[in-house]
Design a protein around this ligand. Structure first.
Ligand SMILES: NC(=O)c1ccc[n+]([C@@H]2O[C@H](COP(=O)([O-])OP(=O)(O)OC[C@H]3O[C@@H](n4cnc5c(N)ncnc54)[C@H](O)[C@@H]3O)[C@@H](O)[C@H]2O)c1
Length: 366
């Protein structure tokens, strides 16, 4: 198969859909891989690295799309790319269709096969191509939170680990899923005192079993949250209710209960956020202050660490890319039910019900 890896053109996106290691696996199975010039540069991979494992470097994005049967990328196509996608293409990337009607209409019009990373789903309901990005964001939340707790950037001026003779900082983590566990682990590693809350007792039992003693679990309720926010320095929001907007666990009036300089990091911002005062920010201007509380609400946190994020993402996408290339999308999806869940649009029709529902379209009428 002919596989194309375009350079991402979305603002501030430095990840790339395939590493040289991925190209190596494909070329040794006699597939042809076209990589756009400088596609890997932002993630620390040079054109020569791709050439060394048999990729063909093309100058323009137009050539990559024109010569390829399958496109492997990271972010959803943006408007400039819509016209490059043709009926013979399989496009494997994050799409997040439900949040963009123009993108959905453009892909329906293209008649391409669109397989979305975010809906590839295991039998147990887990989303294997989303997990690594939650792992990155959870770990980053503490790194960013620790930085913004510093006084020159308007934080409380607290060192999370404390020092001998001075108690450590306190971190409250809301949600004990992928983001929450990774955040708690990082905070604990720095020596902070950590409280982690969830409504799922199974998750809390697991955390209680595996974390050190200075990570304390507590059931998530408004009462408990109100009690803890008064003396915690850093608060991480990492909750998710599948298919729904995040619940607002920290309301505007609660900010007044926090100490000035408290930092709150809403990782769940991409699902609407779990703090009432959350509004999405970017890496260029990641924070804002309300009632002396520093808010960090970057919607694509992994974008700031493209080297790690690209490796984490491609580790999990590559087995599916290989399957799609070796078998073709129809057989690959027939054999692999996890991958089949990723099918969102085929030949001008929506095949993933929730997308049609998001726009109140009837899937039968498609
Ligand atoms: N900002 C970013 O760059 C970025 C990156 C990756 C993921 N995310 C987002 O982070 C969020 C969390 O993702 P995840 O992979 O950890 O999800 P997850 O499903 O693994 O975990 C979510 C947890 O929230 C818990 N929860 C639900 N309601 C709760 C409540 N009222 N109180 C406390 N806990 C509650 C669930 O029981 C679950 O354990 C998602 O919205 C995801 O999209 C954001």
């Amino acid at each position: 198969m002919k596989i194309g890896v375009p350079k991402e053109i979305k603002n501030n996106e430095n990840r790339v859909g395939m590493t040289p290691a991925g190209v190596f696996e494909l070329t040794r199975k006699n597939h042809t891989v076209f990589v756009q010039k400088d596609a890997g540069f932002g993630s620390g991979f040079f054109d020569q690295d791709y050439k060394d494992v048999g990729a063909i470097i093309l100058d323009t994005i137009e050539e990559v799309y024109a010569f390829s049967e399958m496109i492997v990328k990271v972010k959803e196509p943006i408007e400039k790319e819509y016209s490059l996608i043709k009926p013979h293409h399989v496009v494997f990337t994050y799409f997040h269709f439900a949040s963009s009607e123009p993108l959905t209409k453009a892909m329906l019009k293209s008649k391409a096969v669109c397989i979305a990373y975010e809906t590839v789903e295991d039998k147990d309901g887990s989303l294997p191509l989303l997990t690594p990005m939650s792992e990155v964001a959870g770990r980053m939340a503490i790194q960013q939170g620790a930085k913004y707790l510093e006084k020159p950037i308007k934080g409380r001026g607290v060192l999370l680990g404390g020092v001998p003779g001075v108690p450590p900082g306190k971190v409250l983590v809301l949600g004990a899923g992928t983001v929450g566990i990774q955040a708690a682990k990082m905070a604990a590693g720095l020596g902070a005192h950590v409280t982690i809350m969830d409504i799922n007792m199974k998750q809390l039992r697991y955390v209680n079993d595996v974390m050190p003693n200075h990570v304390v679990t507590e059931f998530s309720s408004e009462y408990n949250i109100r009690k803890r926010i008064k003396d915690h320095d850093l608060i991480i929001g990492g909750v998710l209710i599948k298919g729904a907007k995040a619940p607002k666990l920290i309301t505007k009036d609660m900010l007044k209960e926090m100490r000035p300089g408290t930092v709150i990091v809403d990782v769940a911002v991409d699902q609407g956020g779990c703090f009432e005062t959350t509004k999405a920010t970017t890496h260029e201007d990641p924070t804002y202050i309300i009632d002396d509380v520093v808010h960090y609400c970057v919607a694509n946190m992994p974008g700031a660490v493209p080297y790690t994020s690209t490796l984490a993402l491609t580790n999990v996408t590559l087995p599916y890319v290989l399957k799609l290339a070796n078998l073709g999308w129809e057989d690959a999806c027939k054999i692999d039910k996890t991958l089949e869940k990723g099918l969102n649009i085929v030949d001008g029709k929506i095949v993933y019900e929730e997308i049609a529902e998001a726009f109140n379209w009837s899937i039968e009428a498609m």
